[in-house]
Ligand binder design. Structure first.
Ligand SMILES: Cc1cc2nc3c(=O)[nH]c(=O)nc-3n(C[C@H](O)[C@H](O)[C@H](O)COP(=O)(O)O)c2cc1C
Length: 354
């Protein structure tokens, strides 16, 4: 059987740089193509897409690059595949957000039949699409899925926020592990304990995971330039996964307001919040986060809150309301320099020279 290091070699990367996937519509074909064509691994976050959308995006990527790329899904976690809410819980969830629906003049939505696509259908579609890499967060796929990936030549890349999670992934036969430090932008992808209890930084987490598993470890969280990549490799990582710095590039699907905020003074303060989705995630601190401080236990479970705030998103973007929008960002934002993915890639690759 191929080792994880051989799997990484099979990807034929010019530099061990992975562009982290972004869920919820922030990944972009342009970004995946720019990174994969530069010799890194582009990734597309698909957890919010139905099979038809997954196929469409993959066709569009393949029309523009023959290089490897990753497709990313979220493993169902804590009932997230189909949360059951009573009528009174649904009404309470609406009441919490009513002031913003009124202020932004967005109609209160009807309750949907489901709040997110079916994971089982997504994973079947992914197997049919056969990307070079299946990356995933929030758990470990079933053994049959991992077997089918292996038979199809799809490399697997799971995420860990603690050495225990990394061990579980590696014992299950996952090919490579992303060790995600608490500096990272977006969701805290812990699955064994509450994310609030899994806040180790990249500098301490990466070597601890390297010492725990034998598969290649990919460092993520707070890496935005060549120096960070060099540090990650010095800690024993085989590659680095970069999110925020690629999100800030014009090829990403982040709205211009979000990208502008990443380069602003405001990005010096990020915080971890459940306010936008019901799950803990890091973003630029704003008034929306502030308003939910101390009230997070009242929020409906993931993905209900994410579905509801998603209905406010377009109106918030159109109104230029950075105080209401989720401005996902890692702690590395104050170091951002590049607005073009190919230039960022060249900078990151300088960290791999030694
Ligand atoms: C807006 C945003 C969305 C993200 N969505 C996903 C996702 O759907 N799946 C995933 O595996 N990682 C996701 N991540 C994590 C990134 O892929 C990457 O691991 C992380 O951003 C690295 O930390 P950094 O932001 O400090 O570079 C997301 C990150 C951000 C900023």
């Amino acid at each position: 059987m191929e080792t994880g290091t051989e799997v990484l070699r099979r990807l034929r990367l010019a530099a061990p740089i992975i562009q982290g996937p972004f869920g919820g519509g922030l990944s972009a074909v342009d970004l995946v193509v720019a990174v994969s064509e530069s010799g890194g691994l582009g990734s597309f976050g698909m957890h919010h897409l139905e099979p038809r959308g997954m196929r469409d995006i993959t066709t569009r990527i393949r029309a523009r690059t023959a290089r490897p790329f990753a497709l990313n899904l979220w493993i169902p976690h804590q009932g997230s595949n189909d949360p059951q809410l009573s009528e009174s819980q649904w009404n309470a969830a609406l009441d919490l957000l009513r002031p913003w629906f009124e202020e932004l003049r967005v109609a209160i939505p009807d309750r949907p039949a489901r709040f997110s696509p079916r994971y089982e259908e997504q994973v079947e579609t992914l197997l049919e699409l056969k990307p070079a890499v299946f990356s995933f967060v929030f758990g470990v796929p079933d053994p049959q899925i991992l077997d089918r990936c292996r038979s199809a030549g799809i490399a697997t890349l799971g995420a860990a926020t603690t050495p225990d999670e990394a061990k579980l992934l590696s014992d299950a036969g996952v090919d490579m592990i992303v060790a995600t430090g608490m500096e990272a932008g977006g969701h805290r992808v812990s699955f064994l304990r509450e994310p609030e209890d899994c806040l180790t930084g990249t500098l301490a987490l990466v070597p601890a995971v390297v010492d725990t598993v034998r598969v290649p470890v990919i460092a993520a969280g707070g890496i935005v330039e060549g120096r960070g990549v060099e540090a990650a490799l010095a800690l024993g990582a085989s590659a680095a996964q970069i999110g925020t710095a690629f999100l800030a590039c014009e090829e990403s699907a982040a709205p211009p307001l979000h990208r502008q905020m990443l380069f602003s003074e405001a990005a010096r303060r990020t915080s971890l919040t459940r306010a936008f989705t019901g799950r803990l995630a890091r973003g630029i601190h704003n008034e929306f986060i502030e308003k939910f401080r101390g009230k997070e236990s009242l929020l409906p479970p993931y993905p209900v809150q994410g579905w509801l705030t998603g209905k406010l998103r377009e109106a918030a973007v159109n109104a230029g309301r950075a105080d209401v929008l989720s401005l996902w960002s890692g702690q590395g934002a104050p170091l951002l320099k590049h607005r073009k993915a190919r230039e960022l890639f060249v900078d990151l690759a300088t960290g791999t020279r030694r």
